[in-house]
Design a protein around this ligand. Structure first.
Ligand code: ZN
Length: 413
């Protein structure tokens, strides 16, 4: 089977056939359960059935990436793409070496700037989420519409991301968790992991916390992390106590903790910085107060309301009606609660493009990161990647309140 070439004739025929198939409602494959279709050079349409589509995916991302890359130029200027919205998801952009530590959470500033260049060259329209979703529903989206959505509200958004966005004149939407914005010390879970990585291959002796010294090879880092987290959870340590514990850990590994704090590594933006980002034209939205959701209605609502109250004092009364699920911990039971809380959209990490009439309380989003090849990024921007089965995004650990070891003391924070 030949993949479509990019001559004009084929492009036009491709556009028509994709359009017709998507109109018929049987062509979207982003969940891996429908069909993948190709147009070959003689104008034949090849339909790959679900089993085979999964096989294509399993036999290697190479085939998928190649096919999506080949289709990208054809899909980018279709009417189909104009009626779909790409939400790109990010967490942090490095102040120092964070992307080397965890490339799925952090990206280098260099790569982030290259990503924006790709968007600029492709003639994408970058919109805040609220505008984009409204125009999606009105059918007035500009060509190749993209939303840049950042989760968590890290300090590096103000320090690194915003100046790069300003070079391009692009607005972003930042979903801010407010607990660490208020308690402005390093975020415990990620700083713990970062310090253990910084101490790689050393032997960690943390008496009173670890029964025996741990050699910090890959396995040892995971073990030490679990044991330190459990120690903090079981004792119901306060934010300050957990911060002291991180300081002790850094000392034990010969790392200058206060210097990391002065640079604000793995910190959230504080109130003044969040306000400044709002004033610079970025949309500040909800991500729960403590980066947790609950299966219990009362606790779920409290997370949103605490988050809303905190952000509401800062964003000049702009509506707080968009939410990103922390760690993608989405549960069907929450749909009704979201509606009653006046939440208009909820963004997940399920890869795909948003469409008119789609589920706005479960908006798909492609999570971009340091290890996503440029070819794949371009295929997402064009829209062609949405036609291929994607790996399921697994929720982050401990984002459902009831699943954490120490629920009571966390709620009491
Ligand atoms: Zn998050």
């Amino acid at each position: 089977m030949a993949f479509p070439s990019t001559n004009r004739d084929t492009l036009l025929r491709t556009e028509k056939i994709f359009f017709r198939l998507s109109e018929a409602g049987n062509f979207v494959v982003s969940d891996g359960t429908a069909f993948v279709g190709f147009l070959d050079e003689d104008g034949w349409v090849w339909i790959i059935l679900p089993g085979l589509a999964k096989f294509v995916w399993k036999t290697g991302k190479f085939v998928r990436n190649f096919a999506a890359g080949a289709l990208a130029p054809a899909i980018a200027s279709t009417e189909w793409r104009r009626r779909h919205l790409l939400i790109l998801g990010y967490h942090g952009v490095s102040i120092e070496d964070e992307h080397i530590w965890d490339g799925s959470l952090y990206m280098s500033p260099k790569l982030f700037r290259e990503r924006l260049r790709v968007l600029q060259r492709a003639g994408c329209a970058v919109l805040p989420l609220g505008d984009a979703v409204r125009r999606l529903n009105e059918g007035t989206l500009p060509a190749r519409a993209v939303v840049l959505a950042f989760d968590d509200g890290y300090y590096d958004f103000a320090a690194v991301v915003a100046p790069i966005l300003a070079e391009f004149g692009y607005p972003a939407t930042n979903f801010v968790s407010s607990y660490y914005a208020e308690f402005n010390r390093p975020i415990f879970d990620i700083m713990l992991r970062y310090l253990l990585w910084k101490g790689a291959n050393k032997t960690l002796d943390l008496s009173g916390v670890l029964e025996t010294p741990v050699k910090l090879d890959n396995k040892g880092q995971g073990e030490a992390r679990l044991r330190i987290k459990t120690f903090a959870f079981e004792r119901g340590l306060s934010g300050w106590d957990k911060d002291k514990l991180l300081g002790r850990l850094a000392d034990a590994l010969g790392i200058d903790y206060e210097q990391l704090c002065r640079k604000r590594l793995l910190h959230s933006m504080n109130a003044e910085e969040v306000h400044r980002m709002h004033a610079a034209g970025h949309s500040i939205q909800l991500h729960t107060h403590r980066h947790r959701v609950s299966r219990k209605r009362e606790l779920f609502e409290r997370e949103i309301q605490d988050n809303r109250r905190w952000l509401g004092q800062i964003n000049g009364g702009a509506p707080l009606v968009h939410m990103s699920f922390p760690g993608d911990a989405w549960e069907p039971v929450q749909r009704e609660w979201l509606t009653e809380l006046g939440i208009e959209t909820a963004t997940t990490c399920r890869p795909g493009l948003a469409e008119k009439g789609g589920d706005q309380l479960r908006l798909p989003r492609f999570m971009d990161h340091e290890h996503v090849p440029e070819q794949v990024f371009r295929a997402w921007v064009s829209g062609s990647m949405a036609f291929f089965p994607q790996a399921k995004y697994l929720p982050g650990e401990g984002q459902i309140l009831e699943d954490t070891i120490k629920m009571k003391s966390e709620v009491a924070l």
